[in-house]
Design a protein. Structure first.
Ligand SMILES: C[S@@+](CC[C@H](N)C(=O)[O-])C[C@H]1O[C@@H](n2cnc3c(N)ncnc32)[C@H](O)[C@@H]1O
Length: 119
């Protein structure tokens, strides 16, 4: 998850950086204890079965998967097709959408998107 201001803009014809990083992202970042603890905290604040928009869901690990395992309904949005393919493999119960912060209105909205219309 990430706040809109923290994410980079992709200019036309630019390959999203994470398309190049792909699977190496999960292999490089294995120490996720703090992130996992923060998502545990978030899960404790949410009602069972809450709908969560995971902006910049990446490969789906660990966050989308953690939310799904806790019974949340997850919509994962990412600009990198390569990362979304990994998310679809590693967090298959999430609904995914390929979009950038610039093309996904839900990114700037306080209204959560629905799995049938993620962006
Ligand atoms: C740090 S990784 C994903 C981390 C993942 N959420 C987790 O569970 O650890 C950040 C992801 O944000 C995506 N991203 C960065 N800027 C973006 C933007 N402006 N629009 C859409 N996706 C973006 C990247 O493609 C990348 O897959």
């Amino acid at each position: 998850m990430a706040a809109p201001g923290m994410l980079s803009r992709v200019t036309e014809n630019q390959v999203p950086a994470f398309d190049l990083i792909g699977k190496r992202y999960d292999e490089s970042f294995v120490e996720r204890d703090t992130q996992i603890a923060e998502v545990d905290w978030l899960i404790a604040q949410l009602p069972q079965g809450a709908r969560v928009l995971d902006l910049g869901c990446g490969s789906g690990l660990p966050t989308a998967r953690q939310l799904l395992d806790a019974g949340m309904v997850v919509v994962g949005v990412d600009e990198s097709r390569v990362m979304l393919d990994l998310a679809e493999e590693q967090a298959p119960a999430a609904t995914t959408a390929s979009a950038t912060s610039a093309t996904c209105p839900a990114w700037a909205s306080s209204t959560p998107p629905s799995p049938s219309s993620p962006c």
